[in-house]
Ligand binder design. Structure first.
Ligand code: GLN
Length: 279
Protein backbone atom coordinates (compact mmCIF):
# COMPACT_ATOMS: atom_id res chain seq x y z
CA UNK A 1 0.00 0.00 0.00
CA UNK A 2 2.61 2.50 1.08
CA UNK A 3 4.57 2.19 -2.12
CA UNK A 4 1.40 2.71 -4.14
CA UNK A 5 0.42 5.80 -2.17
CA UNK A 6 3.92 7.13 -2.73
CA UNK A 7 3.59 6.39 -6.46
CA UNK A 8 0.30 8.31 -6.68
CA UNK A 9 1.70 11.25 -4.73
CA UNK A 10 4.82 11.45 -6.86
CA UNK A 11 2.95 11.20 -10.13
CA UNK A 12 0.47 13.92 -9.21
CA UNK A 13 2.68 16.30 -7.27
CA UNK A 14 3.17 19.56 -9.09
CA UNK A 15 -0.02 19.00 -11.06
CA UNK A 16 -2.36 19.37 -8.09
CA UNK A 17 -1.89 21.18 -4.76
CA UNK A 18 -0.46 18.95 -2.03
CA UNK A 19 -3.64 18.56 0.02
CA UNK A 20 -5.59 17.77 -3.15
CA UNK A 21 -3.10 15.03 -4.05
CA UNK A 22 -3.78 13.43 -0.65
CA UNK A 23 -7.50 13.64 -1.09
CA UNK A 24 -7.28 12.29 -4.67
CA UNK A 25 -5.23 9.33 -3.40
CA UNK A 26 -7.92 8.71 -0.79
CA UNK A 27 -10.78 8.86 -3.31
CA UNK A 28 -8.86 6.59 -5.64
CA UNK A 29 -8.22 3.91 -3.03
CA UNK A 30 -11.84 4.01 -1.98
CA UNK A 31 -13.02 3.72 -5.59
CA UNK A 32 -10.67 0.99 -6.74
CA UNK A 33 -9.95 -1.01 -3.58
CA UNK A 34 -12.98 -0.05 -1.47
CA UNK A 35 -10.61 1.09 1.28
CA UNK A 36 -11.02 4.09 3.55
CA UNK A 37 -8.11 6.10 4.94
CA UNK A 38 -8.36 4.17 8.22
CA UNK A 39 -8.18 0.87 6.32
CA UNK A 40 -5.10 2.20 4.58
CA UNK A 41 -3.34 2.96 7.82
CA UNK A 42 -4.13 -0.48 9.24
CA UNK A 43 -3.20 -2.33 6.07
CA UNK A 44 -0.28 -0.15 5.05
CA UNK A 45 2.17 -3.02 4.76
CA UNK A 46 -0.09 -5.24 2.68
CA UNK A 47 0.48 -5.70 -1.00
CA UNK A 48 -2.00 -4.44 -3.57
CA UNK A 49 -3.23 -7.05 -6.07
CA UNK A 50 -1.67 -6.58 -9.51
CA UNK A 51 -5.03 -5.93 -11.18
CA UNK A 52 -5.90 -3.12 -8.74
CA UNK A 53 -2.48 -1.63 -9.25
CA UNK A 54 -3.11 -1.57 -12.97
CA UNK A 55 -6.42 0.20 -12.45
CA UNK A 56 -4.80 2.73 -10.16
CA UNK A 57 -2.17 3.46 -12.80
CA UNK A 58 -4.87 3.98 -15.42
CA UNK A 59 -6.71 6.45 -13.21
CA UNK A 60 -3.50 8.29 -12.36
CA UNK A 61 -2.85 8.63 -16.08
CA UNK A 62 -6.29 10.22 -16.55
CA UNK A 63 -5.74 12.53 -13.60
CA UNK A 64 -2.45 13.62 -15.15
CA UNK A 65 -4.43 14.77 -18.19
CA UNK A 66 -6.55 16.83 -15.74
CA UNK A 67 -9.69 14.76 -16.20
CA UNK A 68 -11.94 15.56 -13.23
CA UNK A 69 -11.96 12.80 -10.61
CA UNK A 70 -15.77 13.09 -10.48
CA UNK A 71 -16.04 11.96 -14.12
CA UNK A 72 -13.51 9.18 -13.55
CA UNK A 73 -15.40 7.68 -10.64
CA UNK A 74 -18.75 8.79 -12.11
CA UNK A 75 -19.97 10.38 -8.92
CA UNK A 76 -19.94 13.56 -6.89
CA UNK A 77 -21.51 14.90 -3.75
CA UNK A 78 -23.97 17.78 -3.74
CA UNK A 79 -25.85 19.15 -0.75
CA UNK A 80 -25.14 15.89 1.09
CA UNK A 81 -26.44 13.73 -1.77
CA UNK A 82 -24.56 11.38 -4.03
CA UNK A 83 -25.10 12.23 -7.69
CA UNK A 84 -23.97 10.42 -10.81
CA UNK A 85 -22.08 12.63 -13.25
CA UNK A 86 -20.64 12.12 -16.71
CA UNK A 87 -19.32 14.52 -19.37
CA UNK A 88 -22.88 15.25 -20.52
CA UNK A 89 -23.41 17.30 -17.37
CA UNK A 90 -21.51 19.94 -15.48
CA UNK A 91 -20.06 18.78 -12.18
CA UNK A 92 -22.25 20.54 -9.59
CA UNK A 93 -20.40 23.40 -7.88
CA UNK A 94 -20.42 24.52 -4.24
CA UNK A 95 -21.86 27.90 -5.32
CA UNK A 96 -24.92 26.06 -6.55
CA UNK A 97 -25.31 24.44 -3.13
CA UNK A 98 -25.49 27.99 -1.79
CA UNK A 99 -28.23 28.80 -4.28
CA UNK A 100 -30.21 25.73 -3.16
CA UNK A 101 -29.74 26.81 0.45
CA UNK A 102 -31.09 30.28 -0.37
CA UNK A 103 -34.15 28.82 -2.09
CA UNK A 104 -34.87 26.47 0.81
CA UNK A 105 -34.51 29.30 3.34
CA UNK A 106 -36.92 31.57 1.49
CA UNK A 107 -40.06 30.52 3.30
CA UNK A 108 -41.69 28.77 0.37
CA UNK A 109 -45.21 27.39 0.84
CA UNK A 110 -45.05 23.69 1.65
CA UNK A 111 -46.87 22.60 -1.48
CA UNK A 112 -45.41 25.17 -3.86
CA UNK A 113 -44.63 24.38 -7.50
CA UNK A 114 -40.94 24.73 -8.35
CA UNK A 115 -39.29 24.77 -11.77
CA UNK A 116 -35.56 24.48 -12.59
CA UNK A 117 -34.41 25.50 -16.06
CA UNK A 118 -31.20 23.98 -17.48
CA UNK A 119 -31.00 21.34 -14.80
CA UNK A 120 -27.96 19.33 -15.98
CA UNK A 121 -27.35 16.56 -13.42
CA UNK A 122 -30.61 17.54 -11.70
CA UNK A 123 -28.67 18.72 -8.65
CA UNK A 124 -30.91 21.72 -7.89
CA UNK A 125 -34.38 20.12 -8.10
CA UNK A 126 -33.25 16.87 -6.46
CA UNK A 127 -31.65 18.64 -3.49
CA UNK A 128 -34.74 20.83 -3.11
CA UNK A 129 -37.21 17.94 -3.29
CA UNK A 130 -35.13 15.85 -0.87
CA UNK A 131 -35.26 18.65 1.69
CA UNK A 132 -38.83 19.79 1.07
CA UNK A 133 -40.64 16.61 -0.02
CA UNK A 134 -44.07 18.20 -0.36
CA UNK A 135 -43.06 20.61 -3.08
CA UNK A 136 -44.01 19.79 -6.64
CA UNK A 137 -40.69 19.93 -8.48
CA UNK A 138 -40.14 20.01 -12.24
CA UNK A 139 -37.10 20.62 -14.41
CA UNK A 140 -36.03 20.88 -18.03
CA UNK A 141 -32.78 20.76 -19.99
CA UNK A 142 -32.05 21.06 -23.68
CA UNK A 143 -29.79 18.01 -23.52
CA UNK A 144 -31.33 14.56 -23.74
CA UNK A 145 -28.24 13.01 -22.20
CA UNK A 146 -28.38 15.41 -19.26
CA UNK A 147 -32.03 14.57 -18.60
CA UNK A 148 -31.10 10.89 -18.62
CA UNK A 149 -28.49 11.56 -15.92
CA UNK A 150 -30.92 13.74 -13.94
CA UNK A 151 -33.65 11.08 -13.99
CA UNK A 152 -31.15 8.49 -12.78
CA UNK A 153 -30.10 10.82 -9.97
CA UNK A 154 -33.67 11.37 -8.81
CA UNK A 155 -34.18 7.61 -8.70
CA UNK A 156 -30.86 7.06 -6.92
CA UNK A 157 -31.93 9.53 -4.24
CA UNK A 158 -35.50 8.31 -3.99
CA UNK A 159 -37.20 11.55 -5.01
CA UNK A 160 -39.96 12.28 -7.45
CA UNK A 161 -38.98 15.12 -9.78
CA UNK A 162 -40.55 15.53 -13.18
CA UNK A 163 -37.91 15.98 -15.91
CA UNK A 164 -38.37 16.88 -19.55
CA UNK A 165 -36.05 17.53 -22.50
CA UNK A 166 -36.92 21.07 -23.62
CA UNK A 167 -35.19 24.13 -25.05
CA UNK A 168 -36.28 27.06 -22.90
CA UNK A 169 -35.91 29.48 -25.81
CA UNK A 170 -39.01 27.78 -27.28
CA UNK A 171 -41.14 28.30 -24.18
CA UNK A 172 -43.88 30.04 -26.16
CA UNK A 173 -44.66 26.79 -28.01
CA UNK A 174 -46.18 25.09 -24.98
CA UNK A 175 -48.50 25.61 -22.00
CA UNK A 176 -46.80 25.56 -18.59
CA UNK A 177 -49.22 26.73 -15.95
CA UNK A 178 -47.88 28.87 -13.10
CA UNK A 179 -45.03 28.34 -10.70
CA UNK A 180 -44.22 29.62 -7.22
CA UNK A 181 -40.48 29.41 -7.76
CA UNK A 182 -38.43 29.44 -10.95
CA UNK A 183 -34.71 28.73 -10.67
CA UNK A 184 -31.88 28.64 -13.16
CA UNK A 185 -28.12 28.27 -13.28
CA UNK A 186 -27.77 28.85 -17.03
CA UNK A 187 -24.54 29.03 -19.07
CA UNK A 188 -22.85 32.28 -18.08
CA UNK A 189 -19.13 32.09 -18.83
CA UNK A 190 -18.13 34.35 -21.73
CA UNK A 191 -15.97 32.95 -24.52
CA UNK A 192 -13.39 35.61 -23.65
CA UNK A 193 -13.07 34.09 -20.17
CA UNK A 194 -11.90 30.77 -21.65
CA UNK A 195 -8.28 31.82 -21.31
CA UNK A 196 -8.62 31.91 -17.51
CA UNK A 197 -10.36 28.57 -17.23
CA UNK A 198 -8.53 25.48 -16.02
CA UNK A 199 -7.88 22.50 -18.27
CA UNK A 200 -10.00 20.23 -16.10
CA UNK A 201 -13.06 22.34 -16.94
CA UNK A 202 -12.19 23.41 -20.47
CA UNK A 203 -11.24 20.00 -21.84
CA UNK A 204 -13.78 17.86 -20.07
CA UNK A 205 -16.97 19.66 -19.07
CA UNK A 206 -19.82 20.32 -21.52
CA UNK A 207 -19.30 23.68 -23.22
CA UNK A 208 -23.00 23.95 -23.96
CA UNK A 209 -23.61 24.16 -20.21
CA UNK A 210 -20.91 26.76 -19.61
CA UNK A 211 -20.35 29.25 -22.38
CA UNK A 212 -22.20 32.18 -23.89
CA UNK A 213 -21.16 34.53 -26.68
CA UNK A 214 -19.19 37.60 -25.57
CA UNK A 215 -21.70 39.74 -27.40
CA UNK A 216 -24.76 38.29 -25.65
CA UNK A 217 -23.75 37.28 -22.11
CA UNK A 218 -27.21 37.68 -20.61
CA UNK A 219 -28.99 35.74 -23.34
CA UNK A 220 -30.39 33.02 -21.07
CA UNK A 221 -31.22 35.47 -18.28
CA UNK A 222 -33.38 37.45 -20.67
CA UNK A 223 -35.15 34.41 -22.10
CA UNK A 224 -35.80 32.97 -18.65
CA UNK A 225 -36.99 36.30 -17.21
CA UNK A 226 -39.38 36.74 -20.14
CA UNK A 227 -40.68 33.24 -19.45
CA UNK A 228 -40.87 33.82 -15.70
CA UNK A 229 -42.92 37.02 -15.79
CA UNK A 230 -46.11 35.40 -17.16
CA UNK A 231 -45.45 32.03 -15.47
CA UNK A 232 -44.76 33.08 -11.89
CA UNK A 233 -47.66 33.31 -9.49
CA UNK A 234 -48.14 36.66 -7.74
CA UNK A 235 -45.38 36.98 -5.09
CA UNK A 236 -43.55 34.08 -6.75
CA UNK A 237 -39.75 34.14 -6.83
CA UNK A 238 -37.17 33.90 -9.57
CA UNK A 239 -33.69 32.70 -8.53
CA UNK A 240 -30.57 32.83 -10.69
CA UNK A 241 -26.96 31.81 -10.32
CA UNK A 242 -24.92 34.46 -12.11
CA UNK A 243 -21.50 35.33 -13.47
CA UNK A 244 -19.79 37.43 -10.79
CA UNK A 245 -19.15 40.13 -13.40
CA UNK A 246 -22.84 40.72 -14.11
CA UNK A 247 -24.55 41.31 -10.77
CA UNK A 248 -25.40 44.87 -11.66
CA UNK A 249 -26.52 44.12 -15.22
CA UNK A 250 -28.77 41.21 -14.30
CA UNK A 251 -30.30 43.22 -11.43
CA UNK A 252 -31.04 46.14 -13.74
CA UNK A 253 -32.42 43.90 -16.46
CA UNK A 254 -34.81 42.28 -13.95
CA UNK A 255 -35.97 45.64 -12.62
CA UNK A 256 -36.54 46.87 -16.17
CA UNK A 257 -38.65 43.83 -16.95
CA UNK A 258 -40.84 44.64 -13.95
CA UNK A 259 -39.52 42.29 -11.27
CA UNK A 260 -39.60 43.55 -7.68
CA UNK A 261 -37.35 43.20 -4.63
CA UNK A 262 -34.28 42.34 -6.69
CA UNK A 263 -31.66 41.02 -4.28
CA UNK A 264 -28.04 40.27 -5.11
CA UNK A 265 -26.13 37.78 -2.95
CA UNK A 266 -22.45 36.92 -2.72
CA UNK A 267 -21.09 33.38 -2.53
CA UNK A 268 -18.71 32.17 0.16
CA UNK A 269 -15.74 33.56 -1.75
CA UNK A 270 -17.32 37.01 -1.66
CA UNK A 271 -18.34 37.14 -5.32
CA UNK A 272 -21.72 38.31 -6.63
CA UNK A 273 -23.19 34.91 -7.45
CA UNK A 274 -26.94 34.78 -6.94
CA UNK A 275 -29.99 36.90 -7.58
CA UNK A 276 -33.50 36.63 -6.27
CA UNK A 277 -36.43 38.68 -7.50
CA UNK A 278 -40.15 38.58 -6.96
CA UNK A 279 -43.13 39.27 -9.15
N1 GLN B 1 -19.75 28.20 -12.02
C1 GLN B 1 -19.43 27.46 -13.20
C2 GLN B 1 -17.92 27.53 -13.45
O1 GLN B 1 -17.23 28.13 -12.71
C3 GLN B 1 -20.19 27.97 -14.38
C4 GLN B 1 -21.59 27.55 -14.32
C5 GLN B 1 -22.40 28.11 -15.41
O2 GLN B 1 -21.93 28.55 -16.47
N2 GLN B 1 -23.63 28.11 -15.18
O3 GLN B 1 -17.41 26.94 -14.34
Amino acid sequence: MQATIKFIEEELSGLYPKNEVRSLAGILFKFICGLSFTDLVVQKDEKIPEIKLKQIKQVVKRLKQHEPIQYIIGETEFYGLKLTVNPAVLIPRPETEELVEWVLMSGIDKDARVFDIGTGSGCIPIAIKKNAPELEVEAIDISEKAIEVARGNAKKNGVDVSFMVYDVSRWRERQWGKFDIIISNPPYVRELEKQYINTNILNFEPHQALFVADTDPLKFYEIISDFAMPHLKKDGYLFFEINEAFGQEVSEMLAMKGFLNVELKKDLSGKDRMIKASK
